[in-house]
Design a protein. Structure first.
Length: 160
């Protein structure tokens, strides 16, 4: 099975986290920023204060990882185009990023679950969930429920 890259690759993204996410001023972020508003620290497509994020009050940025959803949206859904060059793409890019990010986070958890010695039935469910999630671009109620059921069953096994 070929999975999408589940590690952030900012060089192949259109800074979707820097424009899509809400920032609330506090211990993690030095500013308030609404979704859809580019971060004032964003240059062309990269952070202009990346090396000094934490000292400047952006610890939340250092902890954030889109699990590869940003570059996948940019490269696969929008063929490498960016909202910076074509502003009309921003709503669709934000929508797809918001839809794909939780799927990528669940795939990351399922990949990590491979390190456990799971019983064959549970391992088969893990692999099937991973296969199905890797093809989705938006969540389904069915996939969320199947993932939650898998986690519940895995917890019972791991807690033994």
């Amino acid at each position: 099975m070929t999975l999408p890259d589940l590690k952030s690759d900012c060089m192949n993204c259109a800074a979707l986290c820097c424009v899509s996410l809400v920032l609330d001023k506090g211990p993690m972020f030095a500013i308030d920023k609404a979704a859809g508003t580019p971060c004032p620290n964003l240059g062309k497509h990269l952070c202009t204060i990346h090396d000094d994020l934490e000292p400047r009050g952006f610890k939340g940025c250092t902890l954030y990882d889109c699990a590869g959803a940003g570059q996948r949206v940019t490269q696969e859904r929008f063929n490498g185009e960016s909202w910076r060059d074509a502003p009309e793409l921003l709503p669709a890019m934000m929508r797809d990023f918001a839809n794909l990010r939780p799927i990528h986070e669940r795939m990351t958890m399922l990949v990590a679950a491979e390190t456990y010695s799971l019983p064959p039935e549970l391992e088969a469910r893990r692999a099937e969930l991973l296969r199905k999630l890797s093809r989705l671009w938006a969540d389904t109620t069915e996939q969320k429920a199947a993932f939650d059921a898998f986690l519940s069953d895995m917890r019972k096994f791991v807690d033994r």
